[in-house]
Design a protein around this ligand. Sequence first.
Ligand SMILES: [Zn+2]
Ligand SMILES: [Zn+2]
Length: 364
Amino acid sequence: MKVIQHSVETLQKALISKHKDLAELYKKYTKEEQRLLEEGFHAGQQGSLFQYITVHSDSDWIPAHPEEPQDFESFYKDPYRKTPSTSQNTIYIQTIGSFGEAGAQTDQYVEWLRAYCQAFFYGLTVKLLPAVTVAETGCSFRLNSNSYNLQILTGDLLRFLGNRKPKDAFCIVGITMIDLYPKDSWNFVFGQASLSMGMGVFSFARYDDNFYTRNYAGRLRKHLKPKKGDYSVFDGYYTPPITSTLLLRSCKTMTHEIGHMFGIRHCQWLNCVMQGSNHLEESDRRPLDFCPICLRKLQVAIGFKIADRYKALLQWMEEDQSPVSSPEEASACQSSLSFPKPTHAFHTCKLWLCRCLSILQGDL
Ligand SMILES: [Zn+2]
Ligand SMILES: [Zn+2]
């Protein structure tokens, strides 16, 4: 395991910049906001809010995909980055296919994701487009010849999203519980995006704890050859059970991918939701929120007060939670068709947000 330990000077330059105008701009943050952002300089110390990135193996993102690190200054000066405007300030989410056994469960799950994104990208509006079935997208699909699960073609879905993108969209994001493939020769892909077009499509299929096991219920019979254009194979097709971990993973993926739409590149500074990820274990290791450098990038793009954003995220974690109950009660609860938000996987994030807020409120 290798720790990527930047010096305080490097982190200072990455956050504040040596450029006079950007250093001046930084001074507009309140004393408390600066204190929070500069918590990153104490990474590695016990109890620090931000930690150094650790590389666990050569299959982790950073050794596998060497990229130029993006500091605040290079983000700010990137001529291709996109900033929401008053006429384009809505993030649209398009659900493709089912997200749970009952329709009401799909609606509830996607609504949790929508509300989470709206708190995360505080100041923008996040709207759901009416959900569509796989058939309605007219996309190509196949049975994966190794894992025997159904997969849909990303390029077709991006074309579909392009046609549905409303005029006031900052970006449009398609989400699905069905596995994706980008071309015949590829085994699968988690998602695909076009930053210049402001759209992307992402699958949560592989976030099912059983996906890589023999018990995975999304495997179909090996000899099944779905016919082109016959979407009936998707009727009642398996979707992952909605759990707290699935919700946590989905929230992380959505916000990471939408973060790219603003021109925020993979983070190599500190532990951060914008770190690249090569596999599920690495995604799980990523925190739910930004490091100070990426936070400043988003703050400058949207213009929120940092405390307001943290408060909105905390509120999302605290409202409509599932009550702490015994397993029997929990299953009775599920069958009664009420779907309390399963937020127990967010517990440490909640404590973290409270600590950030006490710095911002000057309590510490
Ligand atoms: Zn990424
Ligand atoms: Zn970061």
